[in-house]
Write a protein that binds this ligand. Sequence first.
Ligand SMILES: *Cc1c(COP(=O)(O)O)cnc(C)c1O
Length: 400
Amino acid sequence: MGEIPNNQQIIEQEHLYLAQTYKRAPFALMHGEGVRLFDADGKTYLDWVAGIAVNALGYGDPELTQAIKQGVTSGLIHVSNLYHTAPQVELARMLVESSFADRVFFTNSGTEANEGAIKFARKAAYEKGRPDKHQIVCFSGAFHGRTMGSLALTPREKYQQPFQPLMPGVVLAEFNDLDSAAAAIGDRTAAVIIEPVQGEGGIHVATDEFLRGLRDLCDRHDALLIFDEIQCGMGRTGTLWAYEHSGVSPDVLTAAKPLAGGLPIGAILMTEAVAAAMHPGEHGTTFAGGPLVTRAAQVVLKRVNQPGFLQNVREVGAYLVERLSEINSPLVKDVRGRGLMVGLELTIDAAAVIEAGYEHGLILVNAGPNVIRFVPPLIVEKKHVDELVDKLTAILAGMV
Ligand SMILES: *Cc1c(COP(=O)(O)O)cnc(C)c1O
């Protein structure tokens, strides 16, 4: 290879060889440590993105690194789902014992988990002799993924319009509006899918009453309630699962982003009644739930699901909201969220602030045009919040 490339060299090659589907930041990341990232020119950044709510244990966690090393030295990086492996079974047991669920199906990503949830829901209705009961209800502001089924449940014109026709049978209702949900849910509803805290849509928390109302409507119409906790689950909001805040149990829950600490994984958690609708050969995947990723995920789940770990998420999350709310700037419109899933709504485009953040050594991401979304590694501390708020205050002061 010769010399180690710098930012500019890597970016030039990216422009030459990659499909241009991403608007990437003007640097290349080379190394990570705790909550900090280092680029190819040696610059350090404090990370408030965590690979978009993925790197729950931050970078270079010794226990996670060790588990992945062990997974590699076993020789079994991949095994088909035609064969049993201990790590997959063990992770499923841990997920079941830490949630409402009775059974688990593994996938490779979030969108695949939602695709699977759609199939399980439709199959459950089909098994009852109701192939006409195929509709899926979703909500304004939702993000469920980029594949054709999940995309059909993601009502953003820019994401959907060029790719029509999408999966039919989708009914849209207003988020946090129970009357709208009641009008959308009926006898032909197979399932209702909702993020208990919306991520991409701008960090919006579903109210407890709304989730309870959806549970009632689903029960009344024999429809499944699916919680998409791909972003808000696994400790992000200060409880292991976001639904715990409301006391409302779903029939199906999808998880992904942080589950294996950065390795690709997704999971569909479900009740026995849902699982019973699917039989051998009716759904499957080549890679998912392999021994390497499921071994890594055990480490993440074990660590996150400790009272002290979750308490840190709640405390630092509350401190983050408090400190962001203290920023005295006419550009700040709202601060909201739960745990370490926080949005700062601005009166201006978030892009300019994110660009300035890079200059100041901050990694930030938006959620919609005007919201900066904070979804850091869950190991972040109050001193990091102080560092963030100092820099952000200076950035915003320079923009009025
Ligand atoms: C990221 C995300 C997805 C899609 O996950 P991918 O792994 O990118 O396919 C689905 N739902 C929610 C809530 C997400 O945040």
